[in-house]
Design a protein around this ligand. Structure first.
Ligand code: SF4
Length: 279
């Protein structure tokens, strides 16, 4: 984990409590400090610890100027040549701020994968959670990464539309994933974190999370309706009630059969216990 920025430049998503401390206000870490962290890690490598993967953090670090990121990647390549893949968080805003030539240069210097919280394909949900981008922009971002040869891992959130928009959110999210066609998808379950705007909306009765069965019904819709060329689909995050890890489309029938059985039996014992679940 290599810190290249602090906080998140957007910092408005209603469910997010990652950077609500004023001390975590977004800023770019000076290049000389990042390079000195890389030099320190190179020292570990010299002692036999082989570093193959590096993740550039914090949230949405792809928003950093291209030249800054290129300088980080170049220093990494020079000082730790064993690194095979560099990952970063980005979203539709930060991906689309990079033109195709920028992304190609980043790819050439080792940027291999962008982790992108798309969350929903429903523009009304995206507006309510203040995601700062639309479904159409997420599709465009996916195309831009694909064209640059950068892999794309997309996260979506079960329950983020609330009980009221649950079905529309699930259908639109399947449509979005089909249009994006990423090689990796992670479906996480929304957790209402105290202190967030979403928690205030919940307290005011403006947001109600679907129950376990509603959340799993969303997951079923997403798996049933989305169409991928080839996707590693994970729904095994700690927040999820029923851990699933599927290769789609090959494992679609297996995944749906498992979900159908659980939704038919409604046996809480078949789900991950609440005290094992986490963010
Ligand atoms: S873009 Fe990510 S880190 Fe930033 S506010 Fe939204 S969820 Fe939080």
């Amino acid at each position: 984990m290599l810190q290249v920025s602090l906080g998140c430049s957007h910092n408005k998503c209603t469910y997010c409590a990652m950077y609500d401390d004023p001390a975590q206000k977004f800023r770019i870490k000076p290049l000389d400090e990042v390079c000195s962290d890389i030099d320190e890690a190179a020292g570990y490598a010299a002692r036999g610890i082989v570093v193959r993967r590096v993740f550039l953090c914090d949230g949405d670090a792809l928003i950093l100027p291209t030249e800054h990121l290129l300088a980080v990647l170049a220093h990494l390549r020079e000082r730790i040549p064993t690194v095979r893949r560099v990952g970063i968080y980005g979203d539709a805003r930060s991906i689309l701020r990079k033109d195709p030539a920028d992304l190609a240069r980043l790819r050439k210097l080792g940027l291999g994968i962008v982790y992108h919280g798309a969350e929903s394909g429903d523009d009304e949900v995206l507006r309510r959670i203040v995601k700062g981008s639309t479904a159409a922009e997420a599709v465009k971002a996916a195309e831009r990464l694909r064209d640059a040869g950068i892999r794309h891992s997309v996260m979506v959130m079960l329950g983020i539309g609330g009980a009221e928009r649950s079905a529309a959110h699930a259908r639109a999210t399947a449509e979005l994933l089909t249009a994006m066609d990423p090689p990796f998808v992670g479906a996480l379950t929304t957790t209402v974190v105290p202190g967030t705007p979403l928690a205030s909306q919940q307290a005011a009765g403006e947001f109600r999370l679907p129950d376990q069965w509603g959340l799993l019904t969303e997951l079923r819709t997403i798996i049933a309706d989305s169409r991928f060329t080839r996707c590693r689909f994970h729904a095994n995050h700690a927040s999820n009630y029923l851990p699933l890890s599927l290769n789609l489309p090959a494992d679609r029938a297996v995944g749906l059969a498992q979900l159908d059985q659980v939704l038919r039996d409604r046996d809480l014992g078949a789900l991950r216990p609440e005290h094992w679940r986490g963010l």
